[in-house]
Every structure is written in C-alpha cells, then in structure tokens.
Design a protein. Structure first.
Length: 207
C-alpha cells in the first residue's frame, strides 16, 4: 500500500513538472515569435504639422461678429477644400523637385489630414510619411497652397495666413507595432496554448 502511494506521488510530481516545462516552452517560444514578428513589421512614421488662420476682412462690414461666425461655420468646408485635389495640385508645385516626383496629387491627399478646433479659425494641416523631411515639406506646401485656394471660396474676402510652419524641431515620430506589446501578447497566447496542450496530454495518458 505504501509503495503504491509513493509511486502515485512520484507520478503526479512527474506529470506536474512535465506540464510546467511544456507551459514554459510555449510561453517563451510564442513570446519570441511575437517579438520577432513585431520587429519585422516595425515601421516609423513622421507627423509634421503646419497651421493657417482664417482672417475675415472686418473693415468693410458693420456686422463683424456675424462675419466671424460665418467663417467659423465654414471651417469644415475649408477642411475639405484644403484636402481636395485642386489644392494638392497647387501644393505639388511648391514641393522640392525630388519630393514632387514621389507624390502625385492623389498621393499627397492620402498622406495629409486637415482638422480644426471647435470655435476656432485655425486649420491644422498634418502630413504623415515615412520620411521626416517629406512630412515637413508636404505640410508646409499644403499650408502655402491653402493661402491661395481658400480666399476664393469665402464671401467675406478673407485672408489666409500661415501661423505655424512645420520643421524638424516640432515633428512627431510614431513607431509601430510595439515589440514589447507583441511579445507580451505572444507570451500570453503561448501560456494558454501550453496549458491546453499539457492538460490534454496528461488527461489522454492517464485515461
């Protein structure tokens, strides 16, 4: 009876250690795979921002507040105008020759995003590419093109002025995906797989 109990305890210990080993192996292996996958797919994008301000001509109107409110109501329309193909074609002319060859008007539209803050007359022009210099040049070129394009669409004889030019000092870089995040996710998945396999093998062998 005592011998049988010792054998049973030894067998249980053996099963436990085998299961722990399987779980550790799968956790480490999947963690490494996740980290290596993220490293292989790793990509850095550079976001540059220029800003323009809409200045309504208030000298020739007795309804200054109305003119300002009218321009604020046009901001979403101005966003669309800045991001349309006509503006991008004009912006293309302001790009350095090397960058101009890399981006068509459609491609410029794809890397540019325009937004504005609520109750503001400032448009933010964001350019995101894989090259810092390209992002800066594109953001500034689109901002310059905006100063030419937008006044054509306003009934208030607006002036559009660049208030913030993109440069290498204010550029923002974003690197994705995160190696650490993918390694942790891979390890978690490996832990789960290891637990399932170890439990299945132990159950099957001891039925």
């Amino acid at each position: 009876m005592t011998k049988s109990n010792k054998f049973t305890v030894g067998k249980i210990n053996q099963i436990i250690w085998k299961n722990i080993l399987i779980i550790i192996v799968f956790t480490v292996l999947c963690g490494l795979i996740g980290g290596l996958y993220a490293k292989h797919k790793r990509n850095t994008s550079y976001l540059a921002k220029s800003s323009v301000i809409i200045e309504a001509n208030l000298q020739n109107t007795d309804y200054k507040n109305s003119a300002i409110m009218a321009e604020k109501g046009m901001m979403k329309t101005y966003e669309e105008i800045v991001n349309n193909q006509e503006t991008m074609k004009k912006a293309q002319k302001y790009l350095p020759k090397k960058i101009k060859k890399q981006y068509s008007a459609d491609q410029l539209g794809a890397v540019v995003n325009v937004d504005s803050n609520p109750d503001s007359l400032i448009l933010n022009i964001n350019a995101k590419t894989s090259e810092a210099k390209n992002s800066v040049e594109i953001a500034n070129a689109v901002a310059k093109a905006s100063t030419k394009q937008l006044p054509q669409y306003s009934p208030n004889r607006i002036k559009v002025r660049v208030v913030n030019r993109a440069n290498n000092d204010n550029i923002h870089s974003v690197t994705t995906p995160s190696i650490k995040k993918y390694a942790v996710l891979g390890a978690a998945l490996g832990l789960l797989i290891g637990m399932i396999i170890s439990f299945s093998v132990s159950t099957w062998k001891n039925i």
